[in-house]
Write a protein that binds this ligand. Structure first.
Ligand code: PHE
Length: 467
């Protein structure tokens, strides 16, 4: 339990639990599905190297800033920011950073659960196939590759199933968030994250031995400078934030459940390394399989769902590996969606003094309504262009518009404001006291948060939007 001035609140039961929950939030569909798709669509190596640059120079300092504000505030994200502001003699208006973040987390939750639904679908597909064709041999014996690639468009075409799966995944997320920190969110992280890592390592090693590893390495790490446009840079920053769960109050909310003894500097380093390691390894696990099957890297969001299953067809133990692969993705996705739901839930229950299950249900109903619109935007509402008036989002359907606006606007803007707040507005003594860094590291972090992050982010944002 973490005691606060406002009485006793629930908190992580240990530092390990905090790390597992935060890594669980960070590692998710962003690493396994969004990262390879974004890398493939944005030119491979140039994107990847710039992404790593963003994680180190921007993501990591912002991550520490966010958990630090949360831990000092010991409340929902908007209230935590307000408390830090009050303790620094600054305006409580800065709480807007937390409010924007909570809203963005809610938007992401709504479409994240749509993709979570696809994961459930593929678990069903591979389980059915394993049952029919048995353990040995590839997956989907005797079926044409086009048939298997057609599974995803087939799913997209079935609005009822899309909505049902989306709501199913949302309901699972609701179940754990409604149970609270220790018996819900922490439980999921402590049991599912270790299982995730075991499966992940096994599948990466399997991919390295059976797939076209060399081609994947050169694809991901060959740096072609000419491909680094403003839009690619904005995509890379957006991906770094999405993957580290930044700019949307998620890490602030989790930081608020951390105890005073936790060294936040060290912990942030662990979270960022684990997340980036998984993203890079995921690329190295997914691209070899895709290349070995002669498929294209730039398949976009369909890469993991449409291309990989075709690749599993030709691989030994294909149905079993496919099933384990999607179960692993499911674990990663659930530990992230609970964090997305917790940010708005913590705010709702605090603001309206509601019991946790009621607050969670309110957030869930809202996410379900938006989620249905996202789920239907692949077919029934495919021509709806909600942001047609913004050039870079002109072609986006409802789902893509939410994804684009959150990763390319809310996250970078939230991060810029967080840096200004932590670097310039908040009392330096309070910040120094919380961050757990000493000596040179402290100086470097301070300089990054005050100067490098906000300036670089503002430039990339302007360049990506208008360049
Ligand atoms: N980081 C998560 C992922 O990679 C997604 C996420 C974003 C979770 C923002 C929480 C907040 O899948």
């Amino acid at each position: 339990m973490v005691a606060t001035t406002s009485g006793s609140r629930e908190g992580w039961s240990s530092r390990t639990a905090f790390i597992l929950a935060a890594v669980g939030s960070a590692v998710g569909l962003g690493n396994m599905w969004r990262f390879p798709a974004e890398a493939g669509e944005n030119g491979g190596g140039a994107f990847v190297l710039f992404y790593i640059f963003c994680v180190l120079l921007i993501g990591l300092p912002v991550l520490l800033s966010e958990v630090l504000v949360g831990r000092h505030g010991q409340a929902s994200a908007p209230e935590s920011v307000r408390r830090v502001a009050a303790d620094s003699g600054a305006s409580k208006g800065w709480g807007i950073i937390g409010s924007m973040g909570v809203f963005a987390a809610f938007l992401i939750l709504s479409f994240y659960c749509v993709v979570g639904g696809w994961v459930l679908y593929y678990i069903g597909v591979f389980a059915g196939d394993l049952f029919q064709t048995g353990l040995t041999g590839g997956a989907f014996e005797g079926r044409a590759a086009s048939d298997i690639e057609g599974l995803l468009p087939g799913l997209f075409g079935n609005g009822g199933l899309m909505v049902g799966l989306n709501l199913g995944f949302l309901a699972l997320t609701f179940f754990f968030v409604a149970r609270g920190i220790s018996s819900g969110i922490e439980w999921v992280a402590v049991y599912l994250m270790p299982l995730f890592f075991v499966l992940f390592l096994a599948i990466t090693i399997y991919g390295a031995f059976t797939g076209n590893f060399g081609e994947a390495v050169s694809y991901l790490f060959t740096f072609d400078f000419s491909k680094l446009t403003g839009e690619v840079m904005l995509a890379a920053v957006g991906q770094a934030f999405f993957s580290l769960s930044l700019g949307v109050a998620g890490m602030m909310t989790y930081g608020a459940y951390a105890s005073r003894e936790t060294n936040l500097g060290k912990t942030s380093g662990i979270i960022a390394s684990a997340d980036t390691g998984v993203a890079l390894l995921a690329g190295l696990a997914i691209f070899p399989i895709v290349f070995a099957a002669g498929l294209s890297a730039s398949a976009g969001p369909g890469l993991m769902f449409a291309s990989l299953p075709v690749a599993f067809q030709q691989m030994p133990f294909g149905s079993l590996i496919g099933l384990l692969f999607f179960i692993m993705i499911f674990f990663a996705a659930l530990t992230s969606s609970v964090s997305l739901m917790e940010a708005p839930t913590a705010y709702t229950l605090e603001k309206f003094k509601l019991p946790r299950p009621v607050a969670t249900a309110i957030v869930g109903v809202g996410a379900a309504v938006l989620g249905v619109l996202s789920a239907l935007s692949f077919n029934e509402m495919a021509d709806f262009r909600p942001l047609a008036f913004i050039p870079i989002f002109a072609e986006a359907n409802f789902f893509d518009a939410l994804d684009g606006v959150t990763a390319k606007l809310f996250m970078p803007i939230g991060a810029i404001l967080t840096c200004i707040f932590v670097g310039w507005i908040a009392d330096a003594r309070l910040i120094d006291d919380e961050n757990g860094l000493d000596g040179a590291l402290h100086q470097i972090w301070r300089a990054l948060v005050r100067f490098v992050c906000p300036i670089v982010l503002a430039v990339i944002l302007a360049f990506g939007l208008f360049g």
